[in-house]
Design a protein around this ligand. Structure first.
Ligand SMILES: Cc1cc2nc3c(=O)[nH]c(=O)nc-3n(C[C@H](O)[C@H](O)[C@H](O)COP(=O)(O)OP(=O)(O)OC[C@H]3O[C@@H](n4cnc5c(N)ncnc54)[C@H](O)[C@@H]3O)c2cc1C
Length: 392
């Protein structure tokens, strides 16, 4: 089977590149290992209409490239406002407000350093304790920052977690989508000129002349003159080790973490916890709980726990039941994803990768270039699409 562009990986990075390429008239095939597209955009959906995001959950009106795709795909009318409910902390089994856990004297003494201490070149663990105070960092800010990438974030470059972007005032500030964020992946993968093939686990890539040959498990082979990798860095590294060994070596240096998410649906009357957007624990088996309370439902509440890795299902369900004070789950679903764990020097690693693939018809996208946010993925795909267009 032949295409103008083969994309390996059907998460938002691969789908956004496929969207741009198909829009330019290129016949594009997306090969996705799982049975559905979306990757980290994964929604558990019940037959009665209740849904719960197991991965990404929030988009902002500053995600202008993503919004462009949402508009192109005709799903803008499905955007939903996320209701304002607070982030809270779980301390010694009790739900507490974030301000109640902060030491404001320590904060007032530390925060002026924000004007003199550079973020660049520092890790989260070396920057933030100086800005908020050590006690505040250990008790509140450190756990909150680790909740963002669902992994201990102390070694992340301090300037990589949050970004300022221009907002689109005509779009809801903080939004999700009807039936969850997977709706965006569903819409993008159904675009004209895109063929999504699920259950396609790519096992090897070879280059013959100007053509790439991509084999999936089961033996089927796909051919194209243009190849995109939109998979986690360790997978991209393995797949291009024969054709671009130097770029593969740099990709293999990017650390990754497995994110183990476990969503449960319970009847509203079975849980007494206050409404919250996210619940952040201090030293628990999980990094955060993200709730569906931001899109209230008359019957159910939903909670996705993002666990530390290495626990079995029994340990996870036991801890969930303890926190929710009920084991009456109407539904549950697990989701495994991978996120990068960037460290200082990450920018140089990705600059090297860009240098090593320049001039090649291999286009690499993903959440390990400029940032983890969905918009970072789409922006990277747009950059790679411009390079592809220039090569045509
Ligand atoms: C729990 C969680 C919460 C998040 N919350 C937010 C949020 O609220 N807002 C936000 O902006 N961002 C959020 N993010 C980050 C964001 O969702 C991700 O960075 C982004 O969706 C990653 O997209 P991707 O396409 O680069 O990678 P992925 O989504 O990981 O997609 C990669 C795809 O490649 C496929 N694949 C892997 N190997 C192969 C192979 N050999 N052959 C074929 N296919 C393969 C995988 O199955 C997967 O579908 C969150 C992430 C997680 C995990």
């Amino acid at each position: 089977m032949q295409a103008d562009l083969l994309v390996i990986g059907g998460g938002i990075s691969g789908l956004s590149l496929a969207h741009y390429a198909s829009g330019a008239g290129l016949k594009t095939i997306v090969l996705e290992k799982s049975e559905q597209a979306g990757g980290c955009l994964s929604t558990m959906r019940r037959p009665d209409g209740f849904w719960l995001d197991l991965g990404a959950h929030t988009c902002y009106n500053s995600y202008s490239n993503l919004i462009g795709i949402i508009e192109d795909c005709g799903v803008r009318e499905k955007l939903l406002q996320r209701e304002k409910v607070p982030f809270m902390m779980l301390v010694d089994g009790k739900v507490k407000s974030i301000p109640s856990q902060l030491d404001f004297i320590e904060l007032a003494c530390s925060v002026p350093r924000i004007f003199t201490l550079a973020k660049t070149g520092r890790t989260v663990g070396s920057y933030y304790p100086r800005i908020v105070g050590r006690k505040n960092f250990d008790r509140v800010i450190g756990p909150a920052l680790s909740a963002v990438p669902s992994q201990r974030a102390d070694d992340f470059p301090a300037d990589m977690l949050f970004k300022k972007r221009k907002r689109r005032k005509d779009i809801i500030k903080k939004f999700t989508v009807k039936q969850g964020l997977q709706t965006v992946a569903d819409a993008a993968s159904g675009g004209k000129g895109i063929e999504l093939i699920t259950g396609a686990d790519v096992v090897s890539v070879t280059a013959t002349g100007r053509m790439f040959e991509v084999s999936i498990s089961g033996g089927r082979v796909f051919r194209s003159g243009n190849l995109s990798l939109a998979v986690p860095p360790h997978v991209a590294s393995r797949l291009i080790s024969n054709i671009l060994p130097d770029a593969a070596a740099r990709l293999s240096e990017i650390k990754i973490s497995q994110i183990e998410s476990f969503g449960v649906v319970v009847r509203k009357d079975a849980v007494e916890l206050p409404l919250f957007t996210g619940l952040i624990p201090v030293n628990d088996l999980f990094f955060s709980i993200v709730s569906r309370d931001t899109v209230a439902d008359p019957v159910y509440r939903g909670f996705t726990f993002h666990f530390r890795s290495g626990l079995d299902r029994t340990e996870k369900t036991k801890r969930i039941a303890e926190v929710l004070c009920t084991d009456k789950f109407e539904a549950s679903s697990e989701n495994l994803t991978v996120l990068p764990s960037p460290v200082l020097g990450h920018e140089k690693t990705v600059a090297d990768i860009d240098r090593l693939i320049a001039g090649e018809r291999v286009f690499i996208t993903g959440n390990f270039f400029s940032g983890l946010a969905i918009e970072d993925c789409v922006t990277r795909s747009l950059t790679e699409f411009h390079r592809l267009k220039a090569e045509l």
